[in-house]
Write a protein that binds this ligand. Sequence first.
Ligand code: MN
Length: 260
Amino acid sequence: MAGKSINLSKARVLVSNDDGIHAPGLKLLEEAMAKLAREVWVVAPETEQSAASHSLTLRLPLRIRKLSKNRFAVNGTPTDCVLLGINEIMKKSPPDLVVSGVNRGGNMGEDVTYSGTVAAAMEGTLLGVPSFALSQLSTDDHPVKWATAKKWIGPVLKKLCAEPWPQGVLMNVNFPDITGGKVIGIEITRQGRRKIGSDLVRGTDPRGEPYYWIGAQRREEHYGQGTDLEALGRGAVSVTPLTMDLTHGPTLKQLKARIT
Ligand code: MN
């Protein structure tokens, strides 16, 4: 396989997220990376950017606010943060690794295309830096089990950094919504799929105007074998290698043969 493995203990790491600079998952990831790597830099959005996807800020100027040594907030999206982190804040010596998260809530299946957490890792990948997106599954009816992510970040990163993988591929990691001791292990999975769009709240605002509010994704009982959704449901940490090249090979081949 093309690509080089990463020497994690010697790595300079750029940490970002989409929940914003004050998010508990960001603090957790900073602390975990400080133990695993040589140097940790943080560049994260001033405000929450969940579901910002891979958007760039083009019509407004971006400002970098230095909070402390190696720690910065940007008034933009996760993509803006990684772009400025690599091309401006760390430009003299770019990072060896980008880690994004730990997101409050999972990023599985079609979440990947909406996610700002995954987008930060996409931007790192496009700029030639090996990148991870990290998310902790949770539901609204109980506190987020951050201790599960905390326990499993080290084992996951150590294992994957020892493996070379090609440029243009990023690692999407999800931690299951169970306590860390009950996790059954790390599984390599493919991106799953759910039916979405059923949870739309319709209401009327105080001035009598209708409004619409997009709710949670629909839960389903059965997921495809080998998918992120299925592995997480059984209590595994899921690792999905994602590619930035969205071309669908079989359709490309079929159309090339039929259309000339
Ligand atoms: Mn988020």
